[in-house]
Write a protein that binds this ligand. Structure first.
Ligand code: ADP
Ligand code: MG
Length: 372
């Protein structure tokens, strides 16, 4: 979180989600299960999770399109749980954009303003301002089908911003765009949010998108929030196996604690000789069963004699050369393998070949204990 966001949150959250649960009629598991979150004014907050994890349901509850079975939503200190959508200082940008196909770009953006009875001159000025904001000033008269996917996305964004919402909810806003366009649009969206200072809550299943855009993110699984934090914190210190595997790639080794002190655990990893060291901020009792998470980019390929906190021997099973990086699958003991990623920083540098025997090492500081 930025220092500004941290300060804003310390003064009380702008959006408070308090013990929200929702089960759809005819289903036996809740879509949203006791979720509580505090979001500061001006944050770009993401709900990240696989399809079906409850993200859209939670967003629709914030917008007022869905009623929670229990819990409360507060916006700017006011309980809005029982307010209809149009009485909330909120707008939502839908996954499909839901533009009116027969209306021009300008009329799409003007739609809500017209419904509210805003006078024509004022409306025209506001629409022009919004279209400038999303760089579509010269396409005001086009129909949605005459626009590219990225442009349609920007019309939907302009329309969602028309009524000066205090909170903008975005459901997979870049989902319909191809990869290259998505990356450039991500930066535009982030710049726009920073410029407007509006609080954004975005839903996405795309971890890169959530990492790139968010001041903080919440990882959701089966209707529950598994972990909340700034992207780097969640990536570097995953709280659960699910988070470790969902956010980036992780090697997970099952282990038993043999000792703990000063934030460092000594471990016996199932099936591997010797002892291992890993970061563990919270105290662990001897004999506790845990998992150790090691990110592929934190593992080095090394010589037999190299000194290291943690070492394992293996053979190269697969190599994926992607250009900037290579990913290796290193077979350890005939069945298990570790994923290792290294940067190809030097042209023509020597790379391990398939079948080569080698050693892997990693620092205790770069391995994290997950105590579940
Ligand atoms: P996400 O947006 O993360 O993909 P959703 O919030 O859409 O997840 O869905 C969460 C769960 O609720 C899923 O199991 C989904 O099938 C179920 N669900 C969503 N909408 C409805 C509905 N209108 N009726 C019944 N079940 C629903
Ligand atoms: Mg969804």
């Amino acid at each position: 979180m930025s220092a500004a966001a941290a300060q804003a949150l310390s003064m009380g959250p702008f959006l408070r989600i308090e013990n929200i649960s929702k089960r759809y009629e005819g289903t036996d598991t809740p879509a949203v299960d006791d979720v509580s979150l505090d979001i500061a004014r001006g944050e770009f907050f993401s709900l990240l999770g696989a399809s079906g994890s409850g993200k859209t349901t939670l967003l629709r509850i914030l917008a007022g399109f869905e009623r929670p079975d229990s819990g409360h939503v507060f916006i700017d200190g006011r309980d809005v749980t029982d307010l209809p959508p149009y009485e909330r200082p909120v707008n939502m940008m839908f996954q499909s954009y839901a533009l009116f196909p027969h209306m021009s770009v300008a009329d799409n953006v003007a739609f809500g303003l017209k419904q509210d009875g805003m006078a024509k001159p004022e409306r025209t000025a506001r629409v022009a301002e919004l279209l400038d904001l999303v760089h579509l000033g010269n396409k005001a008269k086009r129909k949605p089908h005459q626009l590219s996917g990225g442009e349609r996305q920007r019309v939907a964004l302009a329309r969602a911003l028309a009524k000066h919402p205090k909170l903008l909810l975005l459901d997979e806003p870049l989902g319909a765009l191809d990869r290259k366009l998505r990356e450039s649009t991500q930066f535009e969206l982030k710049a726009l949010q920073a410029r407007l200072g509006i609080t954004f809550v975005m839903v996405t299943h795309d971890q890169d998108e959530a990492m790139t855009l968010s001041s903080r993110l919440a990882v959701m699984d089966q209707g529950r929030v598994q972990q909340v934090g700034p992207p780097n914190e969640v990536y570097e210190t995953p709280a659960t196996r699910h988070v470790a595997e969902f956010l980036g790639a992780a090697n997970l080794l099952d282990a038993t604690v043999t000792d703990w002190g000063n934030g460092m655990a000594t471990l016996a990893c199932d099936g591997f000789p010797g002892s291992f060291k890993a970061t563990a901020p919270a105290a662990l009792a001897p004999a506790a069963r845990v998992a150790v998470a090691i990110r592929p980019e934190k593992i080095r390929l090394c010589e037999a004699g190299a000194a290291a906190d943690n070492k394992l021997q293996g053979t190269v099973k697969d190599i994926a050369y992607i250009g900037d990086v290579s990913t290796y699958s290193i077979l350890l003991d005939g069945q298990r393998s570790l994923r290792v990623q290294s940067t190809n920083a030097k042209r023509g540098s020597l790379m391990p070949t398939e079948g080569a025997a080698l050693w892997l090492s990693w620092d205790a500081a770069d391995a994290v204990v997950i105590a579940e």
